[in-house]
Write a protein that binds this ligand. Structure first.
Ligand code: AMP
Length: 214
């Protein structure tokens, strides 16, 4: 199965992707995670991407399209993948279609997770992530057992620079201007499945399963 998870920042795409990996045994491909790793490692890609990310803007299409073109050709993605955070613009969606045509495959489901803006701001300002393994927590809704320390790997938790309120508002504006048009784009192709993104993680996952025909 080839999936796209669509939705604004903080909708829970990463959280649902982790559950989907276990169910379908396919990798999560998150352009945000790949870019953050590049920033941490100080690679050329990271240096180029960092300013855009810190300002809550999108990294240029040619950069992320290059990342995805390479990543989807890797061996672990041959039986399926879960795209999380890509595509985010119409040119990215068109480029994805070309990459998939080349590989002789097709997207099965585009799952759009819908959450309203004020809820997203609450979620993102409280979000904390593990520096080591990328696991995500929330100071109120999903706190770690020991403050500031990851439950999974004991790594240090931190607040992403782009999870500060002003940057979050900017990311939401970017989402509605540049990414939301993808909803109509995939609706026209008959691939869009909308799900409500509030409730417990398990409730939302059962909607994901239903949307995917399970
Ligand atoms: P995310 O973790 O998906 O919220 O992504 C964090 C940041 O990485 C975004 O605010 C963008 O600056 C950048 N980014 C991630 N995915 C993309 C993409 N598909 N296109 C452009 N920029 C991206």
């Amino acid at each position: 199965m080839d999936f796209i998870l669509l939705g604004p920042p903080g909708a829970g795409k990463g959280t649902q992707a982790k559950l989907m990996i276990d169910k379908w045994n396919t990798p999560q491909v998150s352009t945000g995670d790949i870019l953050r790793a590049a920033v941490r490692e100080g690679t050329t890609l990271g240096v180029e991407a960092k300013g855009f990310m810190d300002r809550g803007e999108l990294v240029p299409d040619r950069v992320v399209i290059g990342i995805i073109a390479e990543r989807l050709r890797e061996e672990d993605a041959t039986d399926g993948f879960i795209l999380d955070g890509f595509p985010r613009t119409i040119p990215q969606a068109d480029a994805l279609q070309e990459i998939l045509d080349d590989l002789g495959r097709n997207i099965d489901h585009v799952i759009s997770i819908e959450v309203d803006d004020e809820e997203l701001v609450n979620r993102l300002t409280g979000r904390r992530m593990c520096k080591e393994c990328g696991e995500s927590f929330h100071v109120v809704f999903n706190p770690s057992a020991r403050e500031g320390i990851c439950d999974r790997c004991s790594g240090e938790l931190y607040q992403r620079d782009d999870d500060k309120e002003a940057t979050i508002r900017q990311r939401l504006t970017v989402y509605s201007e540049q990414t939301q048009p993808l909803i109509a784009y995939y609706e026209k192709q008959g691939k869009l499945r909308r799900i409500e993104g509030t409730g417990s993680i398990e409730e939302i996952f059962s909607r994901v399963l239903k949307a995917a025909g399970n």
